[in-house]
Design a protein around this ligand. Structure first.
Ligand SMILES: Cc1ncc(C[n+]2csc(CCOP(=O)(O)OP(=O)(O)O)c2C)c(N)n1
Length: 312
């Protein structure tokens, strides 16, 4: 894995979300935001193991995934601003990002819903004997949905070219995972369906990258699949919104220090040449300024568009 690119991709997503935090009080961003700061290594590590023709499905906490898979930053920013140039023509907001040209098939506000869609897509790829795979990302909260188990069952039965990635950030809104699962060993439960499952500790995007690379090879060369990875990670901000939530009392601020200690941004910054770091920072800053200016300068959708792309 190219570590400089890994660093750059993570930093880019973090700077974009820091800009969202900065802009949020201005009310220019027209939708709720579920920030992924802290969790970026998971999307980046996994997506760096994919090819452009592979596709991903995600959740409302989807900025990192959208950007890591190559989603267009201008269109994402315009979508957050509710502008017609946004990736969902300004009607979806932060929770409904999509960029078909780059294999981002969509993100959804409803917990668990993109999982069966990903299985169906992978089933279609298999029928077409395609040389690409599907990766679906979801939180550990989605593992409480019945549809998750139906999806495992069908995906395992049909051996679809799919990788399930559970981003386990320990919390669903304000409740800890241990208070929600009688059997907390998620991988054991998944293995019971006949799906190889592995837990990856410490927000380790590089280990996830290698695991996804191997899984992808096994799928495409040997018809293996599906696979499941539980990637342990941690959300630094509040569940929804631009702030932090330590004051709510459901988690302690000192819990974050261990996660910050394994944050690749700090770790890799110490390893890379300072001149390269400065250049990367400047390039990212310029790209973000351009995307915000694009969003600001774009029009809102016309009233006539209200019912277009509405199916019922
Ligand atoms: C079907 C459904 N049930 C409940 C909700 C409300 N809800 C929104 S986010 C969330 C927590 C999900 O937690 P997790 O899957 O762990 O993802 P995270 O937010 O931690 O990324 C819940 C229950 C919803 N959006 N959809």
């Amino acid at each position: 894995m190219h570590r400089q690119n890994y660093y750059r991709e993570i930093l880019r997503i973090r700077r974009v979300e820091e800009e969202i935090i900065r802009l949020y009080p201005s009310d220019k961003i027209m939708s709720p935001v579920h920030l992924s700061i802290g969790q970026e290594p998971i999307s980046v590590g996994a997506c760096m193991a994919l090819q452009p023709e592979d596709v991903v499905f995600g959740t409302y906490r989807g900025h990192a995934l959208y950007l890591a898979k190559g989603g267009d930053l201008r269109q994402m920013m315009a979508e957050l601003f509710g502008k017609v140039t946004g990736c969902a023509r300004g009607k979806g907001g932060s929770m409904h990002l999509i960029d078909l040209a780059h294999g981002v098939m969509g993100t959804s506000a409803v917990v668990g819903t993109s999982i069966p869609q990903a299985v169906g897509y992978a089933y279609a790829l298999k029928a077409q004997k395609s040389k690409s795979i599907v990766v679906v990302f979801f939180g550990e909260g989605a593992m409480e949905e019945g549809v998750f188990y139906e999806s495992l069952q069908f995906a395992a039965l049909k051996k679809v070219p799919l990788i399930f990635i559970c981003e386990n950030n320990l919390y669903a809104i304000h409740s800890h995972s241990t208070g929600r699962h009688a059997q907390p060993r998620h991988c054991d439960r998944v293995e019971a369906f006949g799906i190889p499952a592995r837990r990856i500790e410490n927000n380790d995007g590089e280990a996830l990258h290698d695991a996804v690379t191997d899984a992808r090879n096994a799928i495409l060369k040997h018809g293996a699949g599906p696979f499941f990875f539980e990637a342990m990670t941690y959300r630094w901000q509040e569940h929804v919104g631009p702030g932090t939530d330590w004051h709510l009392g459901y988690r302690e601020e000192n819990e974050i220090s261990a996660w910050k200690a394994c944050d690749p941004v700090l770790k890799l910054a110490n390893e890379l040449d300072p001149d390269i770091l400065t250049r990367i920072d400047a390039e990212i800053q310029a790209e973000i300024e351009d995307a915000v200016a694009f969003a600001e300068g774009s029009p809102f959708p016309q009233v006539e568009e209200l019912y277009t792309d509405v199916y019922a």
